[in-house]
Each structure stands twice: as C-alpha cells, then as structure tokens.
Design a protein around this ligand. Structure first.
Ligand SMILES: [Zn+2]
Length: 248
C-alpha cells in the first residue's frame, strides 16, 4: 500500500459501504459470471455484487471511474482486486475500452495503477463533495497522463483495433487522460456519490435531465424505496387513530 493511502484519514468510504455496494472480490474472479469480457452491444459498466450476493450493473459513466471500485486506500484496501498483472488485464477487458486490447502488464505497473487509482478515487470524492482538489492527487494523475496512452488504429474494413505493444503504463495514461477530460469537460460538475447513506460509489451523471442519484436503480434505488416504504409504515402505525375533521 502506498503511503498516500494510509495518510488519508478523511477518506469518505466506510468498510460497510464497500461491503454492501462494491465488494470487489467477485468482479476479480475470472471464473465468476461477473468476469465476462466485453462483448459487442453490452451496455457499458461493471457487474458488482451486493453483500447478499446479488449481482447488479453499475455504470459509473466514464472509463476512469470504472477503475475506482477495484479497491482503494485506507479501509478499502481489504477489497483490493488488482493484485497481479492478470487482474489489471481482466479489468481492461471488462471496462468500456473497445475490445481486442492485448496489454502486457508488469508487477510494478500494477502497483502504480493502484497508487494512481487511490489518488483518483480521493480526487473524485473531493469533486463529488465540492471539496478542493488536493495537489498531491492532481500530481499523481497528471504524471500518469504524461505517459503515452494506448494507441488505436483504423483497420481496412473500417473497424477499430489496438496498436500492438500496449503496456500497463499506456493503459494507465489512457485512464488518467479520461479523468482529465471528465473533470474539465461539460459533465465535470456532475460527478456524484450515490445518495444511499451507506454507499460511496462514485459516478458521473451524463443523463440529459441530470437527476441521477443512485449508483444503480436496481440496487441502491430499490433499497431506498424499500426503506422509505418501511419508514412510512412505521409512521402510520405510531400515529393516533385519525379523527374526523368535524371534531377539530
Ligand atoms: Zn449506491
């Protein structure tokens, strides 16, 4: 773990939040149904698994934000899924990057990706909560973006392919540049944290109305509906019997 990660007491996540909404153990396993590689026509996003084992789709809205549920600093370190090069290769295959990327990743590149991811996570959380962006996080992001990115190619049949020789450093640069585009672009002010009290998943709301509140309607949105319904039920039970309006 990087020193930066342990020096961040204000990290907004709790272990409870990470357990319930982004338990990264499942997405990491190539054998699990959540480890499917990208396929054409599949909507972008990740398959996460709730604490009770129910899978759900979470589309954070940007490539760079897809890296964040893979772990994190502080208490999130125990949910780390990027342990070795194969883990990063698997993440790239599940991400919204176009298919066909063959990337060679070294151990040191995995460590670097974890460090930059942790900085990006804190940067994104600060952004979502209107806090100032911290220089050390910006430096980490900008240094990663300064490396050459992945290179795409147009094939004779008009499809897109990846240039050979891609590395983990190129991949990280592409992710970092995506974050710079996101934060400085038209949706930069729409970076948010899920509105559920126990979920800290981060996303960008790219919808036209701009009213997205949940990481996923099928997960936190529904949990919140159930909670609100129960709260209304309790309220009704605790109320005295309704009196006729003519009495009052
Ligand atoms: Zn949520």
């Amino acid at each position: 773990m990087s020193a930066r990660a342990t020096e961040t007491p204000e990290h907004p996540k709790t272990s409870e939040a990470a357990t319930s909404s982004a338990s990264p153990g499942s997405p990491a396993s190539p054998a699990s149904p959540t480890g499917r590689p990208s396929s054409p026509g599949r909507p972008p996003g990740l398959t996460l698994v709730s604490h009770d084992g129910t899978p759900y789709r979470f589309d954070p809205g940007a490539l760079c934000l897809e890296l964040l549920p893979t772990g994190g600093p502080g208490a999130l370190a125990r949910y780390e899924v990027l342990h070795e090069p194969a883990d990063l290769v698997a993440w790239a295959a599940r991400s919204r990057l176009p298919e066909g990327l063959e990337v060679a990743v070294s151990e040191s590149e995995v460590r670097r990706v974890r460090e930059v991811r942790d900085a990006l996570l804190l940067l994104t959380a600060d952004r979502a909560h209107g806090r100032p962006q911290r220089p050390e996080h910006l430096d980490a992001l900008n240094e990663a973006a300064a490396e050459p990115p992945l290179v795409s190619r147009l094939t004779p049949d008009g499809t897109r392919a990846w240039a050979p020789g891609a590395t983990g450093t190129h991949l990280l640069s592409t992710v970092a540049r995506d974050a710079i585009d996101l934060f400085s672009g038209p949706h930069g002010h729409r970076v948010r944290e899920c509105a559920a009290h126990d979920c800290r998943l981060l996303f960008v709301d790219t919808s036209r109305p701009g009213r997205r509140r949940w990481c996923a309607m099928e997960h936190c949105g529904n949990r919140e509906k159930v909670r609100a319904h129960r709260a209304r039920g309790r309220l009704t039970e605790s109320r005295p019997p309704a009196r006729s309006t003519t009495e009052g």
